[in-house]
Design a protein around this ligand. Structure first.
Ligand code: AMP
Length: 295
């Protein structure tokens, strides 16, 4: 596996792969890689013969009071993880490479609608930062496929909207959530939890599982299911932002009696660490978005 820190090196490596007729897959990450990230690389590898993974802690998606400074940076570990997962090229840019005019004066990309709710409401500006860095990364790498995890469900919808509206000729592949044995969704932020908190953190997944079961198996009104879940999270020691049941396509509130095409989403702090998770009620019938090229 090669490591590129500069745009020229990245472009030259991708151009070489293209000359060889290889399909290019791309996995954007913020590093501190775990099995969830590795599964994305393997999924990319199933379709592409040349896989690029980026490791970049993107400052513009962190709010002023968030954990940018303490976000774990482990490039050596990440390089080993990527090499062992079938990645061909690790792109490891610094902030000046990604934001040549500085972050304050960077052109911003904003996806309306889907970003107004849930994490968009809890973390103002977060998804603008995500859309901005993903746009630049897409233009730098110019992949055929890009793989995103379902763990960040709202982010996945934001990226799909971005790709459709700006006509990126890129297939977006949605990867299943990889979990610890106790159900906790893997996340770079889990390492901020001590072993006791890590065990308690499984209550987020258990609560969402309970909500999903109630949606599938009972006629209980959705707001009542949500209220019970908020209560359970508080009892488990969480400070919850939300525990909701939404339409999987647009994250809007379902109508009375709607039971299909829904997703259960939760975000909650435990010991000061913000965790998110979700469960899709029916799964996703089409995990791959295949936009017509250059529509
Ligand atoms: P991050 O490094 O947290 O920005 O995540 C990079 C990519 O990995 C995103 O597309 C995430 O959705 C995905 N990801 C993170 N954790 C998991 C997980 N536990 N299972 C599946 N995908 C994940």
């Amino acid at each position: 596996m090669r490591i590129a820190t500069a745009v020229d090196e990245l472009r030259a490596a991708v151009a070489g792969a293209r000359r060889d007729g290889r399909r290019v897959g791309f996995v954007p990450t913020m590093g501190n890689l775990h099995d969830g990230h590795a599964s994305l690389v393997r999924l990319a590898r199933e379709r592409a013969q040349f896989v690029v993974a980026s490791v970049f802690v993107n400052p513009t998606q962190f709010g002023p009071n968030e954990d940018l400074a303490r976000y774990p940076r482990t490039p050596q570990h990440d390089a080993e993880r990527l090499a062992g997962s079938g990645c061909d090229l690790m792109f490891l840019p610094d902030v000046a490479t990604m934001y040549p005019n500085g972050t304050a004066h960077a052109v911003r990309v904003s996806v309306p609608g889907i970003t107004a709710v849930l994490d968009g409401a809890s973390r103002p500006g977060h998804f603008d930062g995500v859309a901005t860095v993903v746009t630049r990364l897409f233009n730098l790498v110019q992949p055929d496929d890009a793989v995103f995890g379902r763990k960040d469900f709202q982010q996945l919808l934001v990226v799909r909207a971005l790709v459709r509206d700006l006509a990126f000729p890129i297939d977006i592949i949605a990867a299943p959530i990889v979990r610890e044995a106790n159900g906790l969704a893997m996340s770079s932020r889990n390492q901020f939890l001590d072993p006791q908190l890590r065990a308690r953190a499984a209550a987020l997944f258990e609560t969402l599982s309970g909500m999903a079961a109630a949606v599938r198996e009972t006629a209980e009104p959705l707001p009542a299911i949500e209220a019970t879940a908020m209560q359970r999270l508080r009892e488990a020691g969480f400070d919850p932002d939300y525990a909701v049941i939404r339409q999987a396509g647009d994250l809007l509130e379902p109508g009375d009696g709607d039971r299909d095409g829904l997703v259960v989403l939760g975000a909650a702090r435990l010991g000061g660490v913000r965790l998110i998770d979700n469960i899709e009620i029916d799964g996703d019938p089409d995990p791959v978005d295949r936009p017509k090229k250059f529509v």
